[in-house]
Write a protein that binds this ligand. Sequence first.
Ligand SMILES: Cc1cc2nc3c(=O)[nH]c(=O)nc-3n(C[C@H](O)[C@H](O)[C@H](O)COP(=O)(O)O)c2cc1C
Length: 337
Amino acid sequence: MCYTGWMSRFTERIPQGSLLFAPMEGITDEPYRLAIQEAFPEWNYLSTDFLRLPSQGQYSDKKILEHFGHHCYSNQVLKKKTGYQILTTAHANTAPHIQRIEELGFDHLDINLGCPSKKVNSHKGGAYLLDDLTSLQKVIRDIRSNFTGLFTAKIRIGYRDDSKFLDILKLLEDEGVEAVTLHGRTRDQLYEGIADWSYIKKAVNSLSIPLIGNGDCWSLLDIERMFDETGCHGIMLGRGALKTPWMATIYEEHRDRLFAVNEESLLFERKGYLDYYFHLLERNYRKRDLDDDQLLRRFKAFSRYLFDDYENSESIRSQFLRSRTLNEFKEKLSCLK
Ligand SMILES: Cc1cc2nc3c(=O)[nH]c(=O)nc-3n(C[C@H](O)[C@H](O)[C@H](O)COP(=O)(O)O)c2cc1C
């Protein structure tokens, strides 16, 4: 099959200059994504975290649909705005799952090739595949030959080092992957140091498919710098999106004059955004019958980077993380300026 004629369907869906909310396990489930979409619809694109395909047996349709979320599935706007991420290996039962995902009408699959988890890598999945290009090719073929929809890959610059970086990119493009998201670290670097954006520029120059840059974008200035320095098609934010979930909103508002924006001056708006964010999160998780304790655990997970911009951020964060009840958490939120 030839996919070159379809390349524009990625750009149609995710235009040049887009900001994407990164897939994050334990965070970006359906209620969370619905809250983000309602509060901050300026994010151009969202993603599920990864569904790990099994080595044996077949997931039910119910499981496949639940991972994406029934509401997202039946809402055409949300469906077009959300990627379905999977994680698989050369010995997993990939083809039948991909066929079912296609039959169910999903039209964007993203493969996770960046996960650094020891457990996932020991089963030869995630970033492991960046070191074993024979297996990588098999996995990509298993998917591409069974899926006619948009197919993208999310990678790091390598497993132990960057020695296979250009070969990985070439393999992905040659095998029909339609866009790549690149986190500028190796697997062994985990989250150490700062992501190296020069690899994003190298990838932009060596690929003819779109490249989404990722890694250590924490501010409007970082976004502007990543676009300028690398020429990437779009930018994906993970921890930066958890720190400032309204980043795409303020980016949209100021994108034509970012050079003149004093980010400090935008901080006065954050309390309103924070209140709205938690209000929608609570409403959406209550609809899923989460009780106070479950909700408190979720709120704490969302708080890891959320207070980084405050003076005394360490002490504020630890106060929130020490809350024993949901009411205590909410009281602290109401006292925050
Ligand atoms: C809590 C957490 C969970 C993550 N889960 C996933 C995941 O399910 N799939 C994935 O491709 N990347 C996952 N990532 C990686 C992010 O999508 C992103 O590539 C990484 O955090 C680097 O970007 P950042 O510097 O903007 O955070 C996760 C990251 C974090 C912090």
